[in-house]
Design a protein around this ligand. Structure first.
Ligand SMILES: C[S@@+](CC[C@H](N)C(=O)[O-])C[C@H]1O[C@@H](n2cnc3c(N)ncnc32)[C@H](O)[C@@H]1O
Length: 342
């Protein structure tokens, strides 16, 4: 189940044409994991930003013509696949055994949406073996630009030690109680990840941080605050990034916070800081989704010309700066003060 030894070297250039990137061989294996069935385990130390898997779906829900025909449509399409792909599909985990319609149950147990707003899902030979972690060390993303018809990528977002389980999050966040409820209701399992299994005091502290993260997302999304009190909105972004760091969150909640800071500064015509946040956004996306990630390609021009973004100057020119005002020394307390307009 590891990537083939014959795989060509990594080709994650982000160049147009977008040959699907290839993961290095022997980064991981599929093994049995306590209480979770099979899972994906690192076979060596892995650095954050490493591509772990890029693969097309085995089967997508596009083949389903109606709810009543789901099982039949899946069966018809499955028979068109090469024998080893059929075997791979049929060997995937079924979380609803004995509840009828086995192919549908496999899709329900292993399917991921093909993009954030996609109406269609897919199951994957290897990615569908990755278990959920509430504090994941990897992120998966659908990239419609890769390969023939798009591929799902998985990148390490933290340094991962040999023997450690590779996990992604099946959720967008929330407190332990909220996560437990969604995982049970939508995915049918009780989470046994490290965070959920941590002791009561640690879990309580984590829940407090996660509640605050949710509040901050709402506060930052309030356009009246961004319009009339941008200092406050920028302060929320700073607090959000600090809490994400303390909680050890490295997933797309971080790039989302960078994007928020980009918007707050751009809307008040602060080109120097907006360009900085656009750059941070792109760097975070390279780590979680590679150079050819669509969000990163879309945002890249604004690292040099934030003025071209639709939202630039939408609220005021009160913070007007030029790109050259970005301090030469880009670290330390002085820089932080400049960055947060303190
Ligand atoms: C997409 S599959 C993951 C691979 C699966 N473990 C296997 O054996 O092929 C999802 C299923 O794995 C199990 N699982 C995933 N993450 C888990 C977790 N954090 N705690 C407990 N079970 C988990 C659940 O049974 C879930 O329905």
């Amino acid at each position: 189940m590891t990537p083939s030894k014959d795989s060509p070297p990594p080709n994650d250039t982000g160049s147009p044409g977008l040959v699907a990137p290839q993961a290095q061989p022997n980064l991981w294996t599929v093994q049995y994991v306590d209480n979770k069935g099979r899972g994906v385990i690192a076979s060596q130390n892995i650095k954050a930003g490493t591509l772990l898997i890029s693969e097309p779906p085995l089967l997508t829900t596009d083949v389903i013509t109606s709810v009543e025909n789901t099982e039949t449509d899946l069966a018809i399409h499955l028979r068109t696949l090469p024998a080893e792909k059929q075997r791979a599909f049929l060997s995937l985990h079924n979380n609803f055994p004995g509840q009828g319609n086995p192919l549908t149950s496999i899709i329900r147990s292993n399917g991921y949406p093909l993009g954030a707003d996609a109406g269609c899902g897919g199951v994957f030979e290897n990615i569908s073996r990755i278990n959920h972690g509430c504090l994941p060390n990897a992120v998966q993303n659908w990239n419609g630009l890769l390969g023939e018809e798009g591929e799902e990528t998985v990148y390490a977002i933290k340094d991962i030690k040999e023997g450690e389980e590779i996990t992604t999050s099946y959720l967008s966040g929330g407190t332990s109680k909220e996560r437990r409820a969604v995982l049970k209701q939508s995915f049918g399992f009780d989470c046994t990840c490290k965070l959920c299994d941590s002791d009561e005091a640690d879990l309580k502290a984590s829940d407090e941080r996660l509640s605050r993260i949710q509040e901050l997302h709402i506060d930052i999304g309030d356009s009246e605050t961004v319009r009339h009190d941008p200092e406050k909105a920028l302060g929320y972004c700073k607090e959000l990034l600090e809490i994400l760091e303390v909680e050890g969150i490295k997933d797309d909640r971080v790039s989302r916070a960078y994007y928020d800071a980009f918007q707050v500064t751009a809307m008040h015509s602060d080109a120097a800081r907006a360009a900085w946040w656009a750059k941070k956004f792109c760097e975070a996306k390279v780590i979680s989704a590679g150079k050819s990630c669509i969000d990163r390609l879309d945002m890249k021009p604004f690292t040099k010309r934030p003025q071209k973004h639709d939202c630039f100057g939408a609220f005021s020119v009160n913070w007007k700066t030029k790109l050259e005002e970005l301090p030469k020394e880009r670290a330390g307390e002085e820089f932080e003060k400049w960055l947060w307009r303190e």
